[in-house]
Design a protein around this ligand. Structure first.
Ligand SMILES: [Zn+2]
Length: 443
């Protein structure tokens, strides 16, 4: 089995500086917030299937962290949170990091983005560093309010190739699948909402936003059905964008990446409607990369990470990748026979983990009891054999100390060479605080 990511020094995986002229392709990056990989697999998503049929679908792609702001920071910098140090939704990314947008802006690309959360705005998180045109995030704008702006952008004449980042939020709480999408899915299982309410974090139990969202809901599965309907709704909006690219004759010149910043737990491990923990539901995300003229209809089951997006995009454009990135060009795993690994962290540095082809290892670094169904206790270790136990139900840590030691050593190797940018926060004003509350975030 090839250990392509473990044994090859990471610096060698970055594209060498080259005198080659970059390929003047457009880049469309879509991040569908809170959309877990399983939701795409379990629902009707014909447009994403079409995209995958023209590109590469990575079935085991992981986010390095399960919180929006740091996860997006990692996508745009190819750094782990322990490197860029933007660890939460009130962090500010250091201006000293180099982002994908900055690299392409420097090469003459037009850069534009549509953000849908205020904490991703440049004056808050600084995540869009390098984007020149920014449609700022406000209070929960939905995909149908986002696409008109995107379609206007695509319909314009562009002298230069462009990088466009589209951020959707429709799979984030409060889920509301609009119109007929609301009735698309009906779960057979029925858990009374009143019975699972006690598993919500205390601030969610008392939140007027949560209470008004869930008012009148009898079964928790009605909420899950809404989440699934939102996945199909997002798929339809991706289809609209692809259609516009084709209509305007840009499809053959546009590299497309579709992914998410993290998943969501739908009651697994007694975590309800939150992206807490490092289980598959919250860490495994959809990832499709379509390069015009590149591989088509390829499905890859090697473990990869969303930190690989930046080097992959830059390599497809024959553009130089900045020194010190942590990710690798995903095209290198197209022929790999397993051997991938992804490093995982939890917001607030509460958990650290690693996932390999077979194993998931999670170490609790802090104690936090806000999730009553999944209390975090410093010193607790979790080890799961994903090949035999994909639902991560049987913790083998106590009976397999050698495996635990091996995975600890692997984590230490992945942590080596930490970049350590300055750790910053932005000032949270009352508007921002209210926006954070509305999406279920703790004070
Ligand atoms: Zn998010």
């Amino acid at each position: 089995m090839r250990r392509w990511l473990v044994l090859v020094p990471l610096a060698l995986l970055a594209a060498p500086l080259t005198a080659e002229e970059p390929a003047r392709k457009n880049v469309l990056l879509i991040t569908a917030d809170t959309l877990r990989a399983q939701a795409v697999e379990d629902t009707y998503t014909p447009h994403l299937d079409h995209l995958a049929a023209e590109g590469v679908r990575f079935d085991r792609a992981y986010t390095p962290i399960t919180t929006t702001l740091p996860a997006h920071a990692s996508i745009f910098t190819s750094l782990y949170p322990r490197d860029h140090r933007a660890y939460s939704n009130v962090s500010r990314l250091s201006s000293k990091v180099t982002t994908l947008a900055e690299v392409l802006d420097g090469l003459g690309w037009e850069t534009a983005c549509h953000i849908n959360m205020p904490w991703l705005n440049p004056d808050a998180s600084n995540v869009p560093q390098g984007f020149r045109t920014i449609r700022r995030g406000d209070r929960i704008r939905k995909a149908d309010k986002t696409n008109p702006w995107v379609i206007d952008f695509l319909a314009k004449e562009h002298e230069d190739p462009w990088l466009l980042w589209v951020h959707y939020v429709d799979n984030h709480t409060p889920y509301h699948a609009p119109g007929s999408y609301d009735d698309m899915y009906t779960s057979e299982q029925k858990n009374e909402l009143a019975d699972v309410w006690r598993y919500f974090p205390p601030d969610h139990q008392e939140s007027e936003h949560m209470i008004s969202w869930l008012d009148g809901v009898e079964y928790a599965e009605e909420v899950i059905d809404d989440y699934h309907g939102s996945a199909t709704w997002i798929d339809a909006h991706v289809g609209q964008i692809v259609w516009e690219l084709k209509r305007t004759g840009q499809w053959d010149d546009t590299l497309v990446v579709f992914t998410s910043d993290h998943g969501e737990s739908m009651g697994e491990h007694d975590l309800w409607f939150v992206h807490a923990g490092l289980f598959e539901q919250t860490t495994r995300v959809p990832l499709i990369v379509r390069d015009p003229g590149g591989p088509a209809g390829v499905e890859v089951d090697t473990v990869v990470s969303t930190i690989d997006v930046m080097p992959t995009v830059l390599n497809r454009l024959s553009a130089p990748t900045p020194d010190g990135v942590r990710g690798a060009d995903l095209w290198q795993v197209l022929d790999a026979d397993g051997g991938g690994v992804a490093y995982l962290e939890h917001t607030g540095r509460q958990l650290t983990g690693v996932v390999t082809e077979r194993w998931k290892y999670i170490r609790h670094d802090k104690t936090n009891r806000i999730y009553s169904g999944y209390p975090m206790n410093a010193g607790t270790l979790e080890l799961y054999d994903l090949s035999a136990d994909p639902d991560e139900l049987v913790n083998l840590a106590a009976e397999m100390p050698d495996r635990v030691a091996e995975l600890e050593a692997l984590m230490t190797r992945l942590e080596a060479g930490e970049r350590g940018f300055e750790e910053l926060t932005y000032e949270v004003d009352e508007d921002m605080r209210e926006a954070l509350r509305a999406m279920g975030y703790v004070e």
